[in-house]
Write a new protein. Structure first.
Ligand code: NAP
Length: 247
């Protein structure tokens, strides 16, 4: 197993990509802290499935953009599972609109959750990793953080920001046996992409050489590899999981 007995925190793991990552890390031997904003019923299902695999799991519900919540979350996880070895910054939202129609609050909300949330969690949990001299931070960015997308200036800016943060933290923490990498998923079938019109979906699929949407599991297997011992010399990288969309 790739991550036997490690403790992982996956933000936004009640559903979609985060859920698949939490399940795969558990399958690979990790105990998992499940975070969600509000969908506690879905989070409970993830917890039960992880426990059925013989791993420990805890749910910490709250907003990753709230520093008070992140402090409390760290205390709760430490008390129940011990220190966090693997942090996956996955929680994310969209508030899409063309720039002329994009409200300031839509810009702020996306920056808060997608970028500041990752910063707060990295700051909080890297302390434990520094002490342990072992850690993995994996930031879930997006292919559109690399190539851009009309109607998503806020989202693309936040996801591009995550790439800069990834590389900076990789340089800061690398000497302590902590790797920091980003995964840039392409067009993955989740509730987030289910909001898109069929026309937009057809248009986007034309840009994907694989000619299919990705699955949350396509992303999860790469994350579990990056979290493993075997990926210990991969640092500061951005791995696109996009069926060839961004090449
Ligand atoms: P999703 O299905 O919409 O799920 C989002 C998850 O994030 C949920 O668990 C949600 O919790 C949680 N969340 C939202 N706001 C939060 C907050 N403030 N604090 C804590 N948790 C919060 O999204 P997804 O498609 O799985 O995407 C997961 C990540 O991959 C996101 O960062 C997204 O930007 C990125 N991504 C997705 C795609 C794609 O095509 N789907 C492509 C590239 C990148 P609740 O269930 O409680 O609401």
């Amino acid at each position: 197993m790739r991550v036997n007995n490690k403790v992982a925190l996956v933000t936004g793991s009640s559903r979609g990509i985060g859920r698949a990552i939490a399940m795969e890390l558990a399958r690979q031997g990790a105990h998992v802290a499940i975070n969600c904003a509000s969908r506690i019923v879905e989070a409970e299902e993830v917890k039960q499935e992880i426990e059925a695999m013989g791993r420990r799991a805890v749910i910490v519900q709250g907003n990753v953009a709230d520093p008070g919540f992140v402090d409390g979350m760290a205390k709760e996880i430490t008390a129940s599972l011990g220190k966090v070895d693997i942090l996956v910054n996955n929680a994310g939202i969209t508030r899409d609109n063309l720039i002329l129609r994009m409200k300031e609050e839509d810009w702020d909300a996306v920056m808060q959750v997608n970028l500041k949330g990752a910063f707060l969690c990295a700051k909080k949990f890297s302390r434990q990793m520094l002490k342990a001299r072992w850690g993995r931070i994996i930031n879930i960015s997006s292919v559109v953080g690399i190539i851009g997308n009309p109607g998503q200036a806020n989202y693309c800016a936040a996801k591009a920001g995550l790439l800069g943060m990834t590389k900076s933290l990789a340089r800061e923490l690398g000497s302590r046996n902590i790797t920091v990498n980003a995964v840039a998923p392409g067009f993955i079938a989740t509730e987030m992409t289910a909001q898109l019109s069929q026309e937009k979906e057809r248009e986007m699929l034309k840009q994907v050489p694989a000619n299919r949407l990705g699955t949350p599991e396509d992303v999860a297997s790469i994350v579990s590899f990056l979290a493993s011992e075997g990926a210990g010399y991969i640092n500061g990288q951005v791995l696109a999981v996009d069926g060839g969309m961004s090449m």
